[in-house]
Design a protein around this ligand. Structure first.
Ligand code: PLP
Length: 397
């Protein structure tokens, strides 16, 4: 007969089978028990038919991986602790010294920073290509090119590239292409229909929707590619907390509604801002005249309807205003908060120093100061009034 304290640790109670509810249970573990030594010896950490160690997954992480595969149309999914670590996993898994990686010139800043920092230290070079110019990418593909990153749309200046044509150029040279699919979120278009080899997604944005979780995913359809990514994922120890996964699982069912609502709000405000005399240009892929609009239409509104877009856009304030005056517009905002990230419930504004990010002012953009807005879930009328009062504080012409 064991002592009560021991029985507390080795309980005989087993919950009955058959519990079904909208949310599944959350399975947390570092240690996972094996049935016997034979099972322990023959374990395969790669297989999702069983369990080995918390770092390689529990029913909770397998569940999110499976649902994300459904969302994006992929076959294999790996979860990482942030969107940036999903990017890092791909680059670390697929690149070695002597290789070159190509990035769009409007790439997500930290992806470029990874290339300039860690990758450069390991003898991996990078070059930037113009994502609106397939010939520019083609001309830069070389024997050393091992990976090409794509982003649709670019996360600050919002250019929408011809994704399928860029991917086809990579395929023709046998080069792996990776799409940062955070903007499309698996909703605006089906990433693998473009032919891309893998898709990374900052689940931090729309799948979370709360502004309170960091997570990333890497999804592919290709078995061999998945194996390379999975091996690097295991060696790097990119585990994810199950409570964080629970938050994502809880938010996924409302993602399409949130995406649509924020899309609609963003388009209404973008159209209104385009009419304001203080604004030199509005950068929103669904707005005619925005760089790459035709490519957005071809990929995201191919049925001739209104299509889908993330609730994210930038404006360029007229260059008659100084940087300080543009900053003051942002400081006057009350409902829009100043903060990074997007896809959450609170609307956000960020002024960017685009010239220093791009090594000069891009020729296809009007001169001025760029401010990016991401839409939350507030009333559009209140947000418009907030923007109007912030712009009204600018000095008269
Ligand atoms: C936010 C973001 C990421 C990185 O996600 P984190 O979870 O913040 O690391 C990567 N790519 C794009 C386009 C993003 O917007």
């Amino acid at each position: 007969m064991t002592e009560p304290t021991t029985r507390l640790l080795h309980p005989s109670y087993r919950a009955p089978e058959g519990f079904e509810a909208p949310q599944r249970g959350v399975f947390k573990a570092s240690t996972i028990f094996f049935k016997n030594v034979a099972a322990m010896r023959s374990h395969d950490w790669r297989s999702k038919e069983g369990y080995v160690y918390g770092l390689h997954g529990t029913p909770t992480s397998f569940e999110l991986e499976a649902r994300l595969c459904e969302l994006e149309g992929g076959r294999h999914c790996l979860l990482t602790p942030s969107g940036l670590s999903a990017i890092a996993l791909v680059s670390l898994a697929l690149l070695k010294s002597g290789d070159e990686v190509l990035l769009p010139d409007n790439a997500y800043g930290p992806n470029l920073s990874l290339a300039q920092g860690q990758l450069a230290r390991w003898g991996i070079t990078h070059r930037l290509y113009d994502p609106l110019d397939v010939a520019d990418l083609t001309g830069k593909l070389s024997e050393r090119t091992a990976l090409v990153w794509l982003e649709a749309a670019g996360s600050v200046s919002m250019e929408f590239p011809p994704v399928a044509a860029l991917v086809a150029a990579c395929r023709a040279r046998g080069v792996t292409s990776a799409l940062d699919n955070t903007w499309g979120a698996g909703l605006a278009f089906a990433p693998f229909d473009t032919g891309v080899d893998l898709s990374i997604h900052a689940l931090t944005k729309y799948p979370s929707g709360g502004g309170d979780v960091l997570m990333g995913s890497v999804i592919t359809r290709d078995e061999a590619l998945h194996q390379r990514l999975q091996a690097a994922h295991m060696r790097l120890g990119f585990g994810v907390g199950m409570n964080d996964i629970e938050l994502i699982l809880r938010s996924l069912p409302s993602m399409m509604m949130r995406y649509r609502a924020q899309d609609e709000a963003a388009r209404q405000l973008a159209v209104w801002l385009a009419e304001q005399p203080e604004v030199a240009q509005v950068l929103h892929p669904a707005l005619p005249g925005s760089p790459g609009h035709a490519h957005w239409r071809a990929l995201c509104a191919a049925d001739g309807g209104g299509g889908l877009a993330a609730g994210l856009f930038s404006i360029i304030l007229h260059d008659r205003y100084s940087r300080a005056e543009a900053d003051a517009v942002c400081d006057r905002l009350r409902l829009f908060k100043l903060g990074f990230s997007w896809g959450g419930p609170i609307s956000l504004a960020v002024p960017y120093d685009l010239a220093s990010m791009r090594g000069g002012w891009p020729r296809h953009l009007a001169p001025g100061t760029l401010v990016r807005f991401s839409l939350g879930l507030e009333s559009v009328r209140d947000l418009r009034a907030d923007l109007a009062q912030a712009l009204a504080g600018l000095p008269p012409r």
